[in-house]
Design a protein around this ligand. Sequence first.
Ligand code: PEP
Ligand code: MG
Length: 891
Amino acid sequence: MAKWVYCFGDGKAEGGAEMRNLLGGKGANLAEMSSLGLPVPPGFTITTEVCNWHHANNSAYPPELKDEVEAGLATIEKILGAGFGDANNPLLVSVRSGARASMPGMMDTVLNLGLNDRTVLGLGKSSGDERFAYDSYRRFIQMYSNVVLDVGHHYFEEALELKKEDLGVHMDTDLKADDWRAIVAQYKKIVEKRTGKPFPQEPREQLWGAVGAVFNSWMNQRAITYRRLHAIPESWGTAVNVQAMVFGNMGEDCATGVAFTRDPSTGANLFYGEYLVNAQGEDVVAGIRTPQHLTVQGKLAQKSDAPAMEEVMPEVFGQLDAIRHKLEAHYRDMQDIEFTVQRGKLYMLQTRNGKRTAKAALKIAVDMVRDGLIDKKEAVARIVPASLDQLLHPTLDPKATRKVIAKGLPASPGAASGKIVFTADEAEKQARAGEKVILVRRETSPEDIHGMNAAQGILTSTGGMTSHAAVVARGMGKPCIAGAGDVRIDGAAGTLSVRGTVVKTGEFLTLDGTTGEIMLGVVPTVQPELSGDFAELMAWADEFRTLGIRANAETPTDAGQARKFGAEGIGLCRTEHMFFEGERIVAVREMILADDEKARRIALGKIQPMQRQDFVALFEIMAGLPVTIRLLDPPLHEFLPKTQADMEQVAKDIGVSVTEIEARANKLHEFNPMLGHRGVRLGISYPEIYEMQARAIFEAVAEVQKKHGKTVIPEIMIPLVATRKELDLMKAVIDQVASEVGQLSGEKLEYLVGTMIELPRAALRAGDIAGSAEFFSFGTNDLTQTTFGLSRDDSASFLEKYQQRGIFEHDPFASLDIEGVGELIEIACERGRKARPGLKLGICGEHGGDPASVFFCHKAGLDYVSCSPYRVPIARLAAAQAALGGPLKTE
Ligand code: PEP
Ligand code: MG
């Protein structure tokens, strides 16, 4: 029979860390900490299976659940000697969600549950503090009513404000026990008015109401959006944790806080956290009061005047520090913990693997290998490949002038520039329109997630390093500055001001999330480098991977960057990209619009020397590494003259009238250029184009071989091939040119001729094509387009709907459709290698830098993946993880 409830507390637990699928992350770790003998308030976890059962059965519960929950309550009561609903010594509980993957702030929580008109008196007596008891009761009524009964917070907040006005006080702390008692009475009236029923007094009714609300919150819009952004399946469900309350708000010897066992921004091995004296847990996370530092060191680093916990509560701090070491040694990873101090006694409320920036993740992994906590394989498996993206983007140029207007907390590192916006919706709207934006808020809440996701960076005027904005931004890898207290935000006026400097909506700001500096305008950036821990971890990754990594690059700058990032060759040089600029485009237009072969050859003659020089530069930079050069593959429309001035220029160069040029351009117009006269089809129509390109390649090879005395072996690639015959015809042209250039230069020329596999027919006929092709490179951009019959240029507008409706799990142009396109690749690999054992196989579509696609390529037996230079490190790491059996899920 299924067991639905698992108890923990008193140094024991029925569950453990290995049961996170069933107990959720929070429940599994509470059980684990309890077994480790750490001070955890007793409680029980209702499993994720109950969540699924509940949603599958019309919001009902498994029949045995009631008894199991009763038994759970009885266990807590026994450990604490208190009674749920007992008027003299009441047990109060918290009810919290806890999914398998952490979803900070996404789902609902109820605290102080069990309070009613009778137990509040008992709490007053047992705590010796009546004011505290009524304060807790009013907090409970508000939270419960909001979460379970759907009564808006503002009703309660307004009532409280009015009461304070009546009394002529400003702060909650000015209210006395009698005031809170009066407020409680008023709150109950609000509930009755809004719901038509009195506030539930029966603790068991309260408990089931809260449990139901937590399960239902799994299906709220916030949670659904979060799951979509983080690829969390709905089927995981959430668990519910019911745990005895401990209070951090019973007086000055109480506190509550959150901490990381190492610095989550930099990874430094320093205890890093924040606390608030006399506060309840949510106060720290909500970012409403600015918290104090745990350590003196942290306090000094942030130039804070508020005393550190280390100073205020040295004994408790010592215990917490010991727990920090114990948890790290046990979990062998950086932990994110929550704790409460009740009357000088420390309680642990949570531990989990802490979210961290990519930089911190690398440092922690490398440090832990050095300290012998984990081995290199585990270090490599732990880093999320896509997260490296954070480190592969430009950072602010240290030499640039910075007009710093204010400083806040460096909550999530990196540089971001953008136009300022004040709402999440506006951020999303502007980002859709292609703008870069900085989202500016007093504080963020889970409702802002979509805007944070759309923004380049986030700036808040309140909140600490563990505020919602800080935690979520770090998770997203976005720069964030939090708690910039000098910044005044006037959302209605659309302005942000700092001591007289006013910045309006739409004006640019730059954030340096590493230093906390807020700057006017756009500050120039510098290219990233691969060094330190990053370089070390990448070297370990290279020890494990078997897949080769190349880059898609045409220009010397890109090729150089690719090499710096560890590319082992060029997998795709798109020669048409070498023609986009200046004089070249003019010559290319001349070539396209030429009326006959003679005219075309004249235009080609102008282009050839430029092409040769480009190839010389490329071969020199790549210094003997393989270079795959793809012959011309332009959808012609990209090159046709569009403006009147362009037309006139081409007309002048060719020596015909503008009307004639217009007529020729019209003749070349295609309805479906992507499926039109491009790729090898162009080579078949005008072999002189490929002939010119082959000549430029071989002359460059001869030149570089002569100059450096080293063999260069170019890999010449024919695009958009559907049949072997197309390839054969083009190969004959290439072989002919090679023999001519070989004779003329006296150099021995070695080369490969291969093809892209970009059409389903080519994949199916791979056995035949491999008879002529010496290598295949999967052009999965076109292969995706042609397999789905989806235009790569036009599908963005409706693909989002497809993802929202769950037809596509992800954009097939970003992450390979393994089921469909992947099957074609597998077929082509198998048939190709059968016909030509040892056939070299690679991929050069955008998917070459997508980790999930890289895993697939490893499994499919490809020799290499080729991606944009900036994704080379991501591909190296993904390839290593693929060789190690897949990525390690640390959360
Ligand atoms: C491809 O189709 O995947 C490819 C790499 O070629 P291009 O993107 O230039 O069409
Ligand atoms: Mg293509």
